[in-house]
Design a protein around this ligand. Sequence first.
Ligand code: TEU
Ligand code: CA
Length: 546
Amino acid sequence: MNKAWWKEAVVYQIYPRSFNDSNGDGIGDLQGIISRLDYLENLGVDVIWLSPVYASPNEDNGYDISDYYAIMSDFGTMRDFDELLQKAHEHHLKIVMDLVANHTSDEHQWFIDSRKSKDNPYHDYYIWRDQPNNWGSVFGGSAWQYDENLNQYYLHNFAIKQPDLNWENKAVRDDLYKMMRYWCDKGIDGFRMDVISMISKDQRYPDAPVPEGAVYGDPTPYTVDGPRIHEFLQEMNREVLSRYDLFTVGETPGLSVERALKYVQEDRHELEMVFTFDHVSLDGGDYGKWSQKRTDLVELKKAIMKWVKGCENGGWNSLYLDNHDQPRAVSRFGDDGEYREMSAKCLALTLHLMRGTPYVYQGEELGMTNYHFTSIEECRDIEEINAYKDLVTDRHIYSDQEMLENISSKGRDNARTPMQWDDSQNAGFTTGTPWINVNPNYKTINAAAQVNEPNSIYNFYKQLIALRHAHDIIVYGEMDLLYEDAHDLFAYTRSYNDEKITVLANWSDHEVTYDLTPEGDLLITNDEDVTPHTLKPYQAVAYYKK
Ligand code: TEU
Ligand code: CA
């Protein structure tokens, strides 16, 4: 197995809209990020992944791009971006851009031209059919939208304003590669590729089976991991990726380990690593993710280990519990009440000593929690708003109260409430009116309270990141699960040459005992009061032996 800088890196994800507002308009922006680079350098991360900053009408907060060559006006200008890139590099931070290439905004010039007439040269940049099939969109409703002018339907796997690009058309691919080279030539350090497993569609466009509880067919067998996916990725690698020293991670929902390995095995020249979804798909219900179910730890361990083991022989894994699409990890997998600090550190220790490249999502390093939504008016996410309309207003499956509880525990807006910088008004995020409400717990949960407090969650993350940088075993060592059937204990070993690490983490609110005697000395713990064979609620320990 080859060593590589991107295997040794720790990534910090920024959702720019919610990170830091520099000009009081209530929306985070690039100058806001620039003014927080010291904070990130101090934390010790290596790479910043920026969720999309391109021009966008914001139907899906930037995941609907209207111009790949321009910066969203809410966020600033290209000069601000160039300044961010330069200053990030001065702070030893690399910048990885989000690449949204499965779809554009319907306000992108390609789509505007595409819908002008059937013989317009851009018509074939998107996927048009005379008749729709039964596919449903990820954000609800049909995946096809009728266009009166053309008397045709276009495919949108996500929102109506996010038409899918037609990757079968070589001109589309060439235009996208050209755009990627533009950003690489500027000096960016890599790409996180949005739903990249969906760019090749089954050209038969057949009707799909309708899952129980759903109205439309589930298109994933025909949209995910399609027939030409590897041809396209190898072409992209030849045309762009191989020409630069880049960090690449593909967002690949819907893939088995076996299939995912084909994206990342080093001799295949496609991507470096993927984001997998198994471990964040264990708490859904009869209507997709909208339920009160909690993740079972045994299933979670199984889901994570399947990927870790699958990647041990050529391939690489990404490690995350949080991102901009997921509820807050401490609320979802830990305890955001009495044991919040302990459990946030317990999750951090468990994740950051695993094999793979770890990702920290903004605010995770502070133990930020889910928000309690008390009205749909407070929600901003198109997925939540559409699901509410479907499940409450149209189909009466949940009451208003029930759905708000579901949104408060599973909705994407939990991740998107503003970053909590200090205890001043609006958590120091903005001097204006924030585009989405601030979590009222910012008075106690905020960066200012933690950066100089040695025992804070922030400084625990800092320690974990420093440990990874100091020990190859944390990056490269083999990982094996212990006590796999335990419902409260997440335990594993790491092995590398003669070195060994043993991790024992209590993911429950009761005391847990275990019989093994770990080899070596204590490496890190979230509670120094360590008793052999016993863990207090949410206590986690790691031992190191050389
Ligand atoms: O998400 C893709 C994806 O798989 C979604 O189905 C995601 O799992 C969903 O948000 C779960 O509720 C990517 C982006 O990360 C997301 O923010 C975008 O909305 C989506 O693509 C469309 O670009
Ligand atoms: Ca702003």
